[in-house]
Design a binder for this molecule. Structure first.
Ligand code: SAH
Length: 208
């Protein structure tokens, strides 16, 4: 919290800087995935991590996970690298670039037990960016708003084309508050077609 508030004065990382608000809307919100899956020993990718959410809180509370944090804006990752050094974490690193590119890279494609993403894109675009990274038997969890029914159902076809299972929706509240949060979980039992993800920018310009 202190590192983020300090860095936030020189670059735009978050609008949430009040301590209580930060604990609730960044830390506890990020940790909600622990209610819907077992995080122990998992290799996790956070797509569009920004200032490190949900990845960094997950690493703090589940230190035996392996984490890779991906973003297309390098200065945010440089901040995260400072946090990783400052907190002395192992088995966590950052990669700079577009999900569309890394999703086609053998080193990363279909390599993760769990892919998570919060506040990055619409469900159909996000599915194209994230599902190719999930290994067979793994899953993708998207942080969505509670009123995302239409968004989720219109992503159904894309999810199926990417070899994702039917979406399972978990409507939760951040503990100790009445702030709602929906997590959407998609499992994967066969490989995604090679043509996905398409080239950078195409998923958003022309959603599946
Ligand atoms: N997950 C964080 C940040 C959300 S802002 C949080 O919830 O607080 C969205 C982030 O996604 C930005 O940092 C942006 O750079 C990144 N992003 C958007 N599209 C991307 C893409 N195609 N590949 C990699 N990063 C992307």
């Amino acid at each position: 919290y202190e590192m983020l508030v300090k860095k936030n004065k020189v670059m735009n990382l978050t609008r949430i800087t009040d301590r209580e608000d930060f604990y609730v809307k960044h830390i506890l919100d990020s940790l909600l995935i622990a209610k819907v899956c077992d995080l122990r020993d998992k290799y996790i990718l956070d797509v569009g991590t920004g200032a490190g959410f949900p990845g960094i809180p997950v690493k703090i509370f589940f230190p035996d996970t392996r984490l890779l944090l991906l973003d297309s804006v390098n200065k945010k990752l440089l901040f995260i690298d400072e946090v990783i050094d400052g907190l002395g974490f192992d088995n966590i690193s950052t990669i700079h670039g577009r999900a569309e590119e890394f999703g086609q890279d053998k080193k990363y494609r279909e390599k993760f037990d769990l892919v998570v993403s919060r506040a990055v894109a619409d469900m159909s675009v996000l599915s194209e960016l994230c599902i190719p990274f999930v290994n067979i038997g793994g899953s993708f969890i998207a942080y969505k708003a509670i009123d995302s029914d239409a968004e989720i159902s219109s992503a159904g076809k894309a999810i199926k084309l990417l070899s994702g299972s039917d979406a399972v929706v978990y409507d939760l509240e951040i503990p100790g508050t009445d702030i709602p949060r929906r997590l959407v979980k998609i499992a994967k039992s066969s490989a995604s077609p090679n043509k996905y993800p398409r080239k950078p920018g195409i998923p958003a310009k022309n959603p599946m």
